[in-house]
Design a protein around this ligand. Structure first.
Ligand code: MTE
Length: 321
């Protein structure tokens, strides 16, 4: 039985164009129904995750639509925001939606450090506001072989980097999550070395696909998805998408990354989505789109090969995992 209830996170008609609204609704309804069927049949999501109706953030305005849209059905908001990996709030997929519920991300500062002309402590708003917000629909593929399609809102990482004026010594960009075990209870357990850290080579960070994200579904990021600021690198496994960023450093040497530190045999620095290279414990050839029952083939670079394969010319991608 379908009961039509307006969820607090549904799109506000005043804030979107009629065409966009129509398209979103059509795709949302289709995926919502498929998700329910797939979830029940496949037992993909726990009943707890279905019971959770995560709260959406504040409506964002002045968002440009861009051409980044694979034209695939969107994963409904309730699934994007209740099936999460965020070890600072627990190791279970449905832990963060509960444990991060009251996480406050205002005020927020981001430290810019290392080889650049504009280091310093920036208020989140000052870092973001000179840039135009865009909505980009990206495939989001986790190393655990599940995937989603998410309408992220954010800004080009390359544009932010250009403004910070990296010097010629800046060959990599390192990112760091907040370290605060009071506010992030998962950090009281040594499941990872805290804070969570990630990094990109400079040319990867400057690729037009790399995205600093502040929202999804037209609203600010829910805490469990990495409020207020996270990285989204659509051609890499989801773990490169570091959440709740407090520090960005331009470095000369390859920076450490959390999952590589934790299990170097399983996770490399690059983490490019690669169906031909299996994880030591499972295949990466297929993935389960959250909400669907049958698996689908995984695409090289998550379907973004045309835009990024040239970054790795001459590298043996079975070695540089
Ligand atoms: N960032 C931090 N700080 N801590 C984490 O545990 N998990 C990563 C990544 N970013 C993680 C993180 C992993 S393993 C994945 S798959 C994605 O976040 C999940 O993003 P999502 O919950 O928004 O789908």
């Amino acid at each position: 039985m379908l009961i039509k209830v307006r969820k607090p996170w549904s799109l506000d008609e005043r804030d979107v164009t009629p065409e966009a609204l129509f398209k979103q609704r059509r795709r949302f309804l289709k995926t919502g129904v498929a998700a329910l069927a797939g979830g029940l049949a496949g037992g993909l999501l726990s009943s707890q995750a279905f019971a959770a109706w995560p709260e959406a953030g504040d409506m964002l305005s002045g968002i440009n639509k861009t051409a980044f849209d694979p034209g695939e059905d969107l994963t409904p908001f309730d699934q994007v925001s209740s099936y999460n990996n965020f070890y600072e709030f627990g190791t279970g997929k449905d832990d963060p939606v509960y444990a991060a519920k009251d996480f406050q991300s205002k005020p927020w500062t981001v430290e810019i450090a290392g080889a650049c002309a504009k280091p310093g402590l920036y208020d989140f708003e000052d870092l973001i506001s000179p840039h135009q917000l865009e909505e980009r629909i990206y495939r989001h593929r986790c190393v655990e072989a599940w995937s989603m399609v998410v309408p992220w809102v954010g800004l080009s990482l390359a544009d932010v980097i250009k403004r910070l004026e990296p010097t010629s010594k800046a060959r990599y960009v390192a990112f760091e999550t907040l370290l605060d075990p009071e506010r992030m209870p998962g950090q009281r357990r040594a499941v990872l070395q805290w804070p969570y850290v990630e990094g990109l080579r400079m040319d990867e960070a400057m690729n037009p696909l790399a995205f600093l994200t502040v929202g999804l579904y037209g609203r600010t990021l829910p805490p469990q998805n990495g409020a207020p600021l996270r990285l989204v690198v659509p051609w890499k496994y989801g773990f490169k998408g570091i959440k709740s960023i407090v520090k960005i450093t331009f470095t000369e040497n390859e920076p450490p990354t959390s999952w590589n530190r934790s299990a170097p045999r399983e996770y490399g620095f690059y983490a490019n989505v690669n169906p031909e290279v299996s994880h030591p414990r499972w295949s990466q050839a297929k993935e389960r789109r959250i909400g669907e029952f049958f698996k689908r083939p995984t695409l090289p670079f998550n379907g973004y090969a045309e835009q990024v394969a040239h970054l790795y010319t001459g590298m043996d991608l079975a070695q540089y995992i």
